[in-house]
Design a protein around this ligand. Structure first.
Ligand SMILES: Cc1cc2nc3c(=O)[nH]c(=O)nc-3n(C[C@H](O)[C@H](O)[C@H](O)COP(=O)(O)O)c2cc1C
Length: 199
């Protein structure tokens, strides 16, 4: 049975375009994979802590030497990595906030990027260890960044492609609801994004 992990990083609940677009992607995945199990992870309410010294120190400590405090520090990372490794498909809702991703999504990334667990350094350079996943990004933005003059300011889609690719998730597609603050584009932006979904 296939597993779909749907990450939410918008605080706008029912008004959110990334949540709507993410659901449309999930629906298409379930259609194509009958019986697939969907796990939704709301990063806004889950509130992963910022990476700090105790977390990072615990990441570097061999399992046998972990203290109870270290175990508490790695618990966020352990849970996030286990959910990720379990999934066949990962749908990530990523609103554009101040030219980048929401800090809740960044906090999640900081907990899943763990040397020796999700990537490692080899003689041939870094190797991502999160393999065999298909990743779909549901992106929403007030402006237009997929093409045109603001493309150079897209620090959302290309960033996710780079960091998730580094971890081994190289099969990644981005679907964009763009121009949500542009009067002549906003009306059909979500509809166009949903129509563009091809798995
Ligand atoms: C705090 C904040 C910052 C934003 N920054 C940008 C931005 O830098 N570029 C942009 O195109 N849209 C920006 N927007 C617009 C959002 O990307 C847009 O409202 C989008 O629909 C948010 O996703 P959501 O609907 O899933 O919450 C911003 C919105 C907020 C609330």
């Amino acid at each position: 049975m296939k597993k779909i992990l749907h990450l939410i990083s918008s605080f706008r609940d029912d008004a959110s375009y990334t949540i709507k677009l993410g659901h449309a992607i999930v629906d298409r995945l379930v259609e194509a994979n009958p019986g697939a199990v969907v796990e939704e992870l709301n990063l806004i309410t889950e509130n992963y802590p910022h990476l700090d010294a105790p977390h990072f120190q615990a990441f570097l400590t061999p399992t046998a030497e972990l203290t109870d405090l270290d175990k508490e520090a790695t618990s966020y990372s352990d849970k996030a990595i286990s959910q990720l490794m379990d999934a066949d498909f990962i749908v990530i809702g990523s609103p554009f906030y101040n030219f980048g991703i929401h800090s809740a999504l960044k906090a999640w990334i900081d907990h899943i990027a763990r040397a020796g667990v999700t990537f490692r350094y080899t003689a041939n350079g870094p190797e991502g260890l999160v393999k065999g996943k298909k990743v779909y990004i549901a992106l929403a933005s007030g402006g237009v960044y997929g093409d045109g003059p603001a493309q150079a300011y897209d620090f959302n889609g290309p960033y996710l492609k780079a960091v998730l690719g580094f971890l081994g998730m190289t099969d990644l597609q981005i679907f964009r609801a763009e121009g949500l603050k542009v009067p002549e584009l906003q009306e059909h932006s979500l509809e166009n994004a949903i129509e563009s979904i091809s798995l």
